[in-house]
Design a protein around this ligand. Structure first.
Ligand SMILES: [Zn+2]
Length: 147
């Protein structure tokens, strides 16, 4: 089991990442003042977590960004459900180092490969967001899938 303070810090990182993705959208967008207000007003992370996104917002995010937002929401949901940090492929706990590198991950690195091979669920598309990924983490999925 993850300790509560670890879980809280991971949750905050998920919420921050989600806010950042939505912020990227906001910068791209020039006419959606209404959404801008929705994003700007609830400053605290809890509210951002609760925020629903409109179809326009989703239409303006890239597929990869939508994927990430959904994965983040999925991870937040699992935190509430008490299943966060459990690999969805094998049912064992995911290493904390991996969770800290990819807080929204569903799988162990090796299970992600299997899940992908079996077509169960997409693993992580190559990252194009500003978040630095620690080098020691095995996240080089694009090397395998796009080679
Ligand atoms: Zn696993």
């Amino acid at each position: 089991m993850l300790e509560k303070d670890v879980l809280v810090s991971l949750r905050d990182r998920l919420l921050e990442e989600k806010a950042r993705l939505l912020e990227r959208y906001r910068k791209k967008e020039d006419t959606q003042a209404r959404i801008e207000e929705e994003v700007r007003e609830p400053c605290d992370l809890e509210d951002i977590g609760q925020m629903t996104y409109t179809q326009e917002l989703l239409d303006n995010l890239s597929a990869r960004e939508i994927f990430l937002v959904k994965e983040i929401d999925h991870a937040l949901y699992k935190m509430q459900a008490g299943t966060y940090g459990i690999c969805e492929y094998c049912g064992e706990e995911i290493q904390l180092e991996r969770l800290q590198a990819i807080p929204w991950t569903r799988y162990h690195a090796h299970c992600a490969e299997k899940a992908e091979e079996e077509g169960i669920f997409p693993t992580y598309p190559s990252f194009n967001i500003e978040t630095p990924i620690p080098e020691e983490v095995e996240l080089q999925r694009e090397d395998i899938t796009e080679a």
